[in-house]
Write a protein that binds this ligand. Structure first.
Ligand code: SAH
Length: 590
């Protein structure tokens, strides 16, 4: 009698293999891993099959049950979730069967990390992004070898599928950021992939922990991270027709970090390494669909004629930018919002020292796109990857409402601006009636719970003061600040600056963290801090005083950076870090 270890698949009973189902149907004894195997699979079993749930059994009990059944001449199936070779603890069972001379066979199954890819409709091995998948977990009761720590693996920036760890998502995010994933890297959590109650949460490393905590997901979920989920830097081509243009393209490209290719007219490469072409119209026919962005360095008229035959739809067209060969103007020509041409124009203009020319500035169908609004008044978009969805809803004429949090310091200003842009605002009461709108744009610094698709625009209403020991990591700092914001119900995206003592102005972890958060870093001398401590009668600590020379770093620096007397969160201690948050009276308006 050969025992069969069978992969049950991730949940959907149809995702067991044909072989697995056949053997299951023929089994006399079935021992299934009850915690995750879908009981619906047991419907394939024979009427009189003996069925046992191993969730409540020890290893010895399982082996005894298998041994007794095989000795009695019964066909035994050991049913494991997903694929048995992945976190399935089958080695210990196989060893025990070997010891007793019982033969066995393994039938593979669809692992949950593959069901997650299907749910996310993504390709893990996306050309030009990554060709590697790392399947791993955070350390739990089972130790993980030092060289496989998440931060070490993250340095590859490959696609990562992280099992058994969603209940420690904060730590996962901290390690991934510490390992080198930028905070805006896309990440998704797929709960119960392929089950009827499957749920997907999208975000970035900066946002996902909040989203998932709010949703209360703490088990049976796959964490997928990496640029295969989209949001990677876009691929851009520069196309020139003159020597000057070719040189401008190469110089501009040298200032950019996004992936790009250079094309120059044959014989007019201007001494650059650009790929050459003979006919512009043939080149454009070939590359129009291949790039997310096309930057033409030539007259607008030429570009209009040459792209005209290929223009399809603003959802599919690449971002088209035109720059004169003198590098004076960069014009967003096509696919301004959805294709990202406005964004690309800003990036290219900055790199070339040109003036950006944007002509879609006011509206999509009478309503401004949230990204335009955000750029105008200096707000952070959260989550950024939701932007396309909201803009698509606007374009499709869906009911997208705008809401401004009336407790914001600049409330009046935002309202006036909305009026200028002909935006109709809704009230908090309106927001509650979710049947009255399809999506919402919310200007607030608070973590609001929203049911409908939405995007937050975050004003910089907070200054964070930090005290820390030497050698803390940027991830520890970021996690502490995120948690501090969460404590007062605010989004970390509303942090406008981070401040500390001048003694720490070279602290590597702090510098890396402010770089990741992309906020100004302010440091204050002991004299300034002392003055602030006295002025507001802040409490001091003898230990801190001994170390730094003043007794309160975080509260004093937060207040100084905010320029107010209002602490939103007093000194809050984390492991090696103390955090305080002060309210910025009048966040500067872009
Ligand atoms: N052998 C299984 C993994 C067992 S470990 C496999 O190949 O899938 C259990 C972990 O797998 C869970 O903590 C979760 O991270 C993941 N998991 C199992 N089923 C899942 C599902 N349907 N959706 C998402 N994650 C799942």
């Amino acid at each position: 009698m050969t025992v069969r270890f069978i992969g049950a698949g991730p949940g959907d009973p149809e995702l067991i293999t044909v072989k697995g189902q056949r053997l299951l149907a023929a089994a006399d004894t079935i021992i299934y891993a009850g915690s995750l195997v879908n009981p619906a699979l047991l419907a394939f079993a024979k009427q009189d099959a003996v069925i046992m749930n191993s969730a409540a059994m020890t290893l010895d009990e399982v082996i005894d049950a298998i041994a007794q059944a095989t000795a009695a001449g019964r066909e035994v199936v050991r049913l494991h979730t997903g694929d048995p070779s992945i976190y399935g603890a089958i080695k210990e069972q196989m060893d025990a069967l070997d010891a007793r001379g019982i033969s066995y066979e393994v039938v593979p199954g669809v692992s949950s990390f593959l069901a997650a890819a299907a749910a996310l409709r993504c390709e893990y091995t996306l050309p030009e992004v990554t060709q590697t998948i790392i399947v791993t977990r955070l350390e739990g009761r089972t130790p993980v070898p030092e060289r496989e720590k998440l931060a070490a693996l993250a340095s590859h920036r490959a696609t990562m599928c992280i099992f058994l760890s969603v209940h420690m998502l904060d730590n996962v995010v901290g390690e991934l950021i510490a390992g080198g994933y930028p905070a805006d890297t896309p990440i998704a959590v797929v709960q119960k992939a392929s089950w009827p109650d499957q749920k997907i949460y999208h975000g970035t490393l900066a946002t996902i922990a909040g989203t998932v905590q709010e949703a209360g997901v703490d088990r049976t979920a796959m964490i997928v991270v990496g640029n295969c989920l989209g949001g990677g830097k876009m691929k851009t081509a520069f196309i020139s027709v003159t020597d000057n243009g070719a040189r401008l393209a190469a110089d501009t490209a040298a200032n950019l970090t996004c992936k790009l290719d250079l094309y120059a007219k044959a014989g007019r490469e201007g001494g650059t390494e650009a790929t050459t072409y003979e006919s512009l119209s043939e080149l454009v026919a070939e590359i129009y669909q291949k790039y997310n962005g096309l930057v033409f360095i030539m007259a607008t008229g030429i570009v209009v004629r040459v792209i005209a035959p290929h223009i399809r739809d603003k959802r599919y067209d690449p971002a088209v930018v035109v720059m004169d060969e003198g590098g004076r103007h960069a014009i967003s020509l096509l696919a301004g919002h959805l294709g990202g041409a406005n964004e690309l124009t800003h990036v290219v203009a900055k790199a070339a020292g040109a003036a950006p020319v944007i002509t879609t500035a006011t509206d999509i169908q009478q309503k401004p796109a949230p990204d335009v609004l955000a750029a105008r008044i200096g707000l952070e978009i959260e989550p950024f990857d939701q932007l396309k969805r909201i803009n698509a809803a606007l374009v499709a004429g869906k009911r997208v409402v705008f809401f401004i949090d009336c407790s914001l310091p600049n409330y009046e200003h935002y309202v006036n601006l909305a009026a200028e842009q002909c935006i109709m605002l809704v009230t908090a009461d309106d927001l509650v009636h979710t049947d009255r709108y399809d999506a919402a744009v919310v200007i607030s610094d608070k973590e609001l719970y929203m049911v409908k698709p939405h995007i937050f625009l975050r004003p910089a209403t907070m200054a964070v003061g930090v005290g820390c020991r030497r050698g803390v990591s940027s991830a520890e700092l970021f996690t502490a600040i995120t948690d501090a914001c969460r404590k007062i119900g605010r989004s970390v995206k509303s942090v406008g600056s981070v401040a500390t003592t001048a003694v720490k102005d070279d602290e590597i972890g702090l510098l890396a963290m402010v770089e990741q958060m992309a906020v100004p870093f302010k440091t204050y001398s002991n004299e300034q801090l002392l003055h602030c401590i006295e002025k507001f009668g802040l409490e001091t600590s003898a230990f801190v005083e001994e170390q730094i020379g003043v007794g309160n770093v975080c509260e004093a620096s937060a207040l100084l950076a905010a320029g107010t007397d209002k602490l939103l969160l007093g000194k809050t201690i984390y492991d090696k870090i103390s955090v305080a948050i002060a309210e910025v009276k009048s966040p500067s308006l872009a």
